[in-house]
Design a protein around this ligand. Sequence first.
Ligand SMILES: [Zn+2]
Length: 139
Amino acid sequence: MSHTHTHDGWPQPYRLLDAQPYWEGLAAGQLKFQRCTACHQAVWPAHSFCPHCNADADKLEWQSASGRGSLYSYSTVLRGPTPAFASIAPYTVGFVEMDEGYYFFAQIEGAPETMKVGSRVEARMIQRGEQNLPVFVLA
Ligand SMILES: [Zn+2]
């Protein structure tokens, strides 16, 4: 299976081996992230060592996130870069400060004028091409 082909026009993410539990979680409707059992900090994106304290991979534990957080920053895209993205433009993307203590980049659904930095958001799964992907909506 190719990792970069498109399906229904949606580019499919390149799946790094370190992040395989993340993709398996999405397929099951769960948002997974790593937490270091040595320093207890959240680790995202997936690593093979702790970027906070340098602990080895065996100290990184996969956990399920609540899917809730606060909007940290966002931007509305008016012209999609490909036909698939153009079909949903305008759309908003941004960073969510997750309640578990990491920053997650995703699409934020809803009218941009209803959003503001600090707005509470929660994840929903949508089907994009071959897999579930999380998008956030105002909570
Ligand atoms: Zn650590």
